[in-house]
Design a protein around this ligand. Structure first.
Ligand SMILES: Nc1nc2c(c(=O)[nH]1)N[C@H]1C(S)=C(S)[C@@H](COP(=O)(O)O)O[C@H]1N2
Ligand SMILES: [Mo]
Length: 323
């Protein structure tokens, strides 16, 4: 990854008017809900349950705070990292139409009572997707605020009864040359791999996303199923997942394999740990007026602002060593 190098080449994608509508709907809905909004919890449950279902049981995690303006639908779906479709920010939007997100199945393997290959529908049922507005912070120095729909990963994983030896969870992206033109180039050692410690995977903020802005995930965002781990750099949020494995040892991860000195396993957003080639103190927030070049530069927060919820996971760990 090169910091911001692709920025100057970026041309805003032309989005048909029909595609812009959901963003406006989401914005106004959010503004309405923002009036007298006591906590993001209300926002989450209200949005998730617009169909009139009962509120979900258990604690509802915090979303991005209300001062964050949403990144436009055009930018969320037009400025992407998905190297299987090219390394330019506009490549995924242009090339990912060859991905076939249905039918889709996911293999579940490793240290679990139940393993096998499951149709996507079976993997996700009986869960109902909920709304989570999360910040996404790329290690390259830009960030977005995105209204995802998805299912907490914990709810999905628990069904497979991970054993006491399941210390980590490894995720693998599809690697099919027929669908992914970028696989012809050795940008990374394919397939794209990521992993989480089991307690990170089970944390209520960790989401298996199936949609964005109220629509099924566009291919360039990782259809039909991708991870969203809001306190970690964006590259942990592995796209188009075909395999989930419970492991006893720390699994290899793509960016760590490519550049171990630059990308650690944990990859928690940390303004105090510079990337060896650039600072991580601030970020360019792509949101608001939709202009990428003039987007606001803001300080980067520890754990991307989710420290209150997740810092305890790393109590006693030296986060300079475990970066
Ligand atoms: N399979 C796969 N997943 C991936 C990537 C990738 O290249 N391939 N890029 C990562 C990076 S670096 C980021 S910042 C996020 C971007 O997600 P978005 O394009 O939906 O905003 O996806 C992550 N997941
Ligand atoms: Mo990224």
């Amino acid at each position: 990854m090169t910091q911001e190098s692709a920025m100057s080449r970026f041309e805003p994608p032309r989005i048909p008017a029909s595609e812009i509508t959901p963003e406006i709907v989401w914005r106004s809905r959010r503004r309405l809900l923002g009036l007298g909004l006591a906590s993001p919890m209300l926002l989450l449950s209200a949005c998730a349950r617009a169909d009139g279902d009962a509120a979900p049981p258990g604690p509802v995690p915090t979303a991005a705070d209300d001062s964050d303006a949403l990144t436009s639908f055009a930018d969320v779906t037009g400025y992407n990292n998905f190297y299987e479709f090219g390394t330019g920010k506009d490549d995924p939007a242009r090339n990912a139409h060859t991905l076939r997100p249905a039918p889709w199945s996911v293999e579940v393997a490793g240290e679990a009572g139940l393993t096998g290959t499951f149709a996507l529908e079976d993997l996700l049922s009986p869960h109902v997707a909920e709304e989570r507005i999360y910040r996404l912070r790329c290690v390259e120095g830009w960030s977005m605020v995105i209204p995802w729909q998805g299912i907490p990963l914990a709810a999905v994983l628990q069904r497979f009864q991970p054993t006491s030896r399941a210390k980590y969870v490894a995720f693998t992206t599809l690697a099919d040359r027929a669908q992914m033109p970028g696989l012809r180039y050795p940008a990374l050692d394919w397939p794209y791999r990521e992993g989480l410690r089991i307690d990170e995977a089970m944390h209520p903020l960790t989401l298996l996303a199936t949609g964005v802005y109220g629509k099924p995930l566009p291919n360039q965002n990782g259809a039909p199923l991708r991870l969203v781990v809001p306190w970690k750099y964006g590259f942990k949020s592995v796209k188009s997942i075909v395999r989930i494995e419970f492991t006893e040892t720390m699994p290899p991860t793509s960016w760590n394999m490519a550049q171990p000195s630059e990308y650690g396993f944990y990859s928690n957003v940390n303004p105090d740990v510079d990337h060896p080639r650039w600072s991580q103190r601030s970020e360019r927030r792509i949101a608001g007026d939709g202009s990428k070049l003039f987007a606001r530069r803001i300080p980067t927060l520890p754990f991307n602002g989710y420290g209150e919820q997740v810092a305890a996971l790393y109590a006693g760990m030296d986060l300079r060593r475990w970066f």
